[in-house]
Design a protein around this ligand. Structure first.
Ligand SMILES: O=C(O)CCC(=O)C(=O)O
Length: 276
């Protein structure tokens, strides 16, 4: 089994037309596959502008029109796709949901954002996802031939425990479709990603929509892949584009040998415990 993985992070321009957003995403999956990507990841809310006023209007069941299109794109191009997220409607509730598709069009995983983004930064941003969204209650992983992958959505990245749980489950790559903003993005986006990577000695990828300065919520962009040493492997600014990154999963082992946190952890003093 190869230890090499070519990953594409699609920093998609997302506007008000769901149809355009989805067909653009499909086109980018095709483009990434033609460049040799084996795993293609889309941003949070790839089919919908990010904002509490939009989620109910754009919400659809899963599978539904947007996720079916992604499934077909995965199948047609023979790639794994981490389908960013869509507002998902089920049982009168709306979730922020990521679907993961295999190269044969099989649904490998579904993650509902666990930590809802409710913050109030003085002079900056106030946002309350919990006004309209419900949280998921489970961890989400899937297996690639190369490694196990853990999924979180945006605000989930701020919770170190979740990444630790994924690492304990054996994930060597964590992917966070996300849409940070112009207040928190410049200071926290890359730092959080590096923190999760360094603490857990894993690769961490973030995938943002492109920045649209006319939108009510202006995304930070900067889709990035960080390696287990906390080096930035590949990144970009805020325009639409595809970030390609070549991962070497053997490097995870190498870092863990050089800095053996796993065997030095003081299980007699502390422990991360899963309750669900
Ligand atoms: O944590 C942040 O600063 C941004 C989070 C966010 O935008 C989200 O969860 O969608």
């Amino acid at each position: 089994m190869s230890s090499k993985l070519r990953l594409a992070l699609v920093q998609l321009a997302v506007g008000k037309s769901k149809l355009d957003n989805v067909s653009r995403a499909v086109q980018k999956i095709k483009e990434a596959a033609s460049e040799g990507a084996q795993l293609v990841a889309l941003p949070e809310c790839f089919n919908c502008p990010y904002g509490t006023q939009y989620f109910a209007e754009y919400a659809e069941p899963v599978p539904g029109e947007s996720t079916e299109a992604i499934k077909e794109a995965a199948k047609e191009n023979g790639v794994y796709v981490v389908g960013g997220s869509v507002p998902e409607s089920e049982g009168g509730k709306v979730y922020n949901t990521c679907t993961v598709w295999g190269p044969k069009g099989d649904l490998l995983a579904k993650h509902r954002k666990v930590h809802l983004f409710d913050i109030n930064v003085e002079g900056g941003i106030c946002f309350r996802e919990s006004d309209v969204l419900s949280p998921g209650n489970s961890y989400t992983t899937f297996d690639l031939p190369q490694c196990k992958v853990g999924i979180g959505i945006c605000y989930d990245i701020r919770f170190a425990e979740m990444a630790q749980v994924y690492s304990k489950m054996g994930c060597k790559l964590l992917l966070y479709p996300g849409a940070f903003n112009m207040t928190t993005g410049p200071v926290h986006w890359e730092l959080l990603q590096k923190g999760r990577a360094l603490d857990n000695q894993v690769y961490v990828g973030t995938i943002s929509p492109a920045r649209d300065t006319s939108a009510t919520y202006i995304a930070w962009g900067h889709s990035t892949l960080v390696n287990p040493w906390a080096d930035v492997v590949a990144t970009t600014e805020h325009e639409e584009g595809i970030v390609y990154a070549d991962l070497d999963l053997d490097y995870v082992q190498k870092v863990r040998q050089m800095v053996p946190l796993g065997s030095q952890r003081r299980g007699d003093m502390y422990e991360v415990v899963t309750k669900k």
